[in-house]
Design a protein around this ligand. Structure first.
Ligand code: T5A
Length: 213
């Protein structure tokens, strides 16, 4: 049987990492093995590309270069980790996937969405998440959480973008949710961690139950 993939999306600081950890624990408690992945990264080559992408010194990076690097990191991750895991029938939880490119490089940077969607298909080798949990948060709150959680003010290259950029990314995510309501489930990320986890768990349970024969 083919495996399942659930992606978690949202602005920086929305709480994706915390949520993915909580969901993975609950899935394991059910006795189901789960593979957790974060993008960009998750394989040796992809982690190296992540280093280039997030390095604050790479100020001169053009938007097209940025998009192609995210897509390159994804292509490697899909070939090396995601496709083999799906073929082995595993359950995958992805901290970011294809929608991040549409929202950040499409909405945020203004690159052509149709072109990005086509490149996403190529990079993801046709893999589409079974469900996507979109953590929706005000960009200011996301930034506050990020900085508070880290206890210092150093930001990576993307994080130092303006609030207007993050507002466009948020709008773009919300547009994806409107366009694909059967796949993308909107979750209010401004609620408590426990409330966010409870709502997200209902969504994941739906996917786990759909795999029962
Ligand atoms: N990117 C990525 C693109 O531009 N295009 C792409 O195609 C892809 C794949 C990745 C960057 O790359 C960009 C997007 C990003 O800018 P990253 O460092 O991996 O960089 O950044 P994020 O994935 O955004 O990770 P963050 O750690 O910044 O955000 P998270 O994971 O959403 O937030 P999390 O869980 O670490 O939580 C932040 C803090 O808030 C607390 C946590 O305890 C933590 O302290 N928190 C809450 N507090 C109150 N209530 C809640 N509900 C909370 N949930 C979490």
């Amino acid at each position: 049987m083919k495996g399942k993939l659930v992606s978690v999306e949202g602005l920086d600081g929305a709480g994706k990492t915390l949520l993915v950890e909580g969901l993975a624990e609950k899935i394991r408690q059910r006795g189901i093995p789960v593979t957790v992945i974060r993008e960009p990264g998750g394989s040796e080559v992809s982690e190296r590309i992540r280093g280039v992408l997030l390095d604050p010194q790479n100020e001169a990076m053009a938007s097209t270069t940025e998009a192609l690097l995210y897509l390159a990191a994804r292509a490697q991750l899909v070939a090396e980790v995601i496709q083999p895991a799906l073929e082995a029938g595993k359950f995958l939880l992805c901290d970011r996937f294809t929608d991040s490119t549409l929202a950040y490089q499409g909405g945020g940077r203004g690159l052509d969405r149709d072109m990005l969607a086509a490149l996403n298909l190529m990079a993801a080798d046709g893999v589409v998440p079974d469900r996507t949990i979109l953590l929706d948060i005000d960009p200011q709150l996301g930034r506050q959480r990020r900085l508070a959680g880290r206890g210092e003010v150093m930001e990576d290259r993307l994080e130092s973008e303006s609030m207007a950029f993050y507002q466009r990314v948020r709008e773009s995510y919300l547009e994806i949710a409107r366009q694909e309501p059967r796949r993308v489930y909107l979750v209010d990320a401004e609620k408590s961690p426990a409330a966010v986890l409870a709502r997200a768990w209902e969504i994941v349970e739906g996917v786990l139950d759909s795999g029962k024969g």
